[in-house]
Design a protein. Structure first.
Ligand code: ADE
Length: 437
């Protein structure tokens, strides 16, 4: 239940059902904070690059006096980023980027440490937007987002004045921001963190690849070996999932709308077919397209008895859950994140995590090692925006290549891996057009 906005500004703590409401945070239960703290420490051990950046930020205070509003999945890894920003001198306001992805223990630990967290697992749609409103009203200098709901809200409500710039974590959000930019309505510069090599090649591919399989297994405990797994979409996320499923013995089918990606999938050794055909053969379906109604009513109706549906795309629009609800004559919760629907033809269809991001809802999201890369990009992007305030156009930028490469170098170093340098002769060879055979 939500309190009216004015009441959320009370100084004293008010216990409201299961939530704790204070002047500047709203989380499920502050009593979970010690568990959350231990989880954050565990993440930090696996995030060596961000640890280095945190030390640098602590010393140099590049974010002194900077107010940051962030919509991110509230996980142990996000907590490590938030602490880095705070050590850099920032004040951070945080809301979750999915109603079901918040780790309540982590949210509690952050709130106890003075972060303005508005997030709990199981938010309704209204509560989700209420949280976003709370953190967009504080006149942020920097806006950090995962999916672009915060950027969209701030633009729709005309709250852009005083904002130096923003960052965007994910493919879907970058796509929305490019649409905003193309329509001439983007009101501050944005760094598309997603588009750094050290983000999408690792987070989207290995992070989502592993954590999606993790989510499917935690929700179902099925044997992957021998299953026919249909992966819709062969972008970096889709190919990560497809490869992990193949690695565990699944027979993987890819569906695509892009001929080049489809051709890549074929030459990577996957079977490629239309979703209309795949719907009849798949045991497990995972959507990763960023688009709407990728698995529709008619296709659900033609699936085999026992088919399992999961989504790995940012929004819960890829599987038509409304249609599944409509054509079902019975519905039963089997266990957390696993619901059985019985269709009128008697076939049972299983939906994971309500069709929301299965890796964050049924599991814990990407492992810390991969978020180390993604959130190092976020930290450097935020610092870059602060250093370059007033100098950038209202467009979507990539993080400068030198910073992207620096993150890769630091990660390699943390793994004890040394690579070669070009010799002077090789450098000269590469810089000339005259030298051939
Ligand atoms: N997105 C995917 N995995 C994540 C994680 N572990 N933390 C924050 N955002 C994520």
């Amino acid at each position: 239940m939500l309190l009216p906005d004015t009441l959320s500004n009370l100084f004293s703590l008010v216990i409201n059902h299961y939530y704790v409401v204070a002047m500047s945070f709203k989380v499920k239960d502050l009593g979970l904070s010690s568990k959350g703290r231990t989880q954050i420490e565990w993440a930090e051990i696996h995030m060596p690059v961000l640890r280095l950046i945190r030390e640098e930020f602590y010393k140099d205070k590049p974010l002194k006096g900077i107010r940051i509003s962030a919509v991110l999945h509230v996980t142990k890894e996000t907590a490590v980023l938030v602490k880095t920003l705070v050590d850099g001198g920032a004040e951070v306001w945080l809301a979750g980027s999915n109603p079901l992805s918040t780790q309540d223990d982590v949210a509690a630990a952050l709130a106890e440490d003075g972060i303005h967290v508005y997030a709990w697992r199981g938010e309704s749609r209204d509560e989700y937007y209420w949280c976003i409103e709370r953190i967009s009203e504080v006149n942020p200098h920097i806006v950090v987002d995962d999916g672009a709901d915060l950027h969209a809200h701030i633009h729709a409500k005309n709250l852009t004045s005083g904002i130096y710039g923003g960052t965007e974590e994910t493919t879907t959000g970058v796509y929305r921001l490019r649409m905003l930019d193309t329509s001439g309505k983007l009101r501050y510069p944005v760094i598309a963190v997603n588009d750094s090599y050290t983000k999408y090649l690792f987070d989207n591919r290995y992070g989502t690849g592993q954590s999606t399989v993790d989510g499917v297994l935690r929700a179902t405990n099925i044997l992957i070996a021998g299953k026919i797994a249909v992966v819709a979409g062969y972008g970096w996320v889709g190919r990560g999932i497809a490869n992990r499923l193949r690695g565990m013995g699944a027979r993987v089918v890819i569906t695509e709308v892009n001929p080049i990606k489809a051709l890549e999938a074929v030459m990577d050794g996957f079977e490629v077919m239309t979703i209309n055909k795949a719907c009849e053969v798949g045991d497990l379906f995972v959507t990763a397209t960023g688009n709407i109604n990728v698995i529709n009513e008619e296709q659900i109706a033609r699936m085999k008895d026992g088919a399992i549906l999961a989504n790995a795309g940012h929004f819960n629009v890829e599987i038509n859950v409304n249609a599944l609800e409509r054509i079902s004559i019975n519905k039963k919760i089997i266990r957390d994140n696993l619901v059985e629907y019985v269709l009128s033809n008697g076939r049972r269809i299983y939906l994971l995590a309500e069709g929301r991001l299965v890796n964050l809802v049924a599991a814990e999201g990407h492992p810390s090692e991969v978020m180390d890369l993604s959130f190092s990009n976020q930290a450097y992007a935020i610092k870059y925006l602060v250093e370059n305030r007033g100098k950038l156009n209202n467009s979507v930028y990539k993080l400068p290549k030198e910073l992207d490469e620096l993150i890769a170098k630091l990660k390699l170093r943390s793994m004890g891996i040394t690579i070669d340098d070009l010799s002077d002769e090789q450098r000269k060879y590469l810089s000339s057009w005259e030298l051939g055979t």
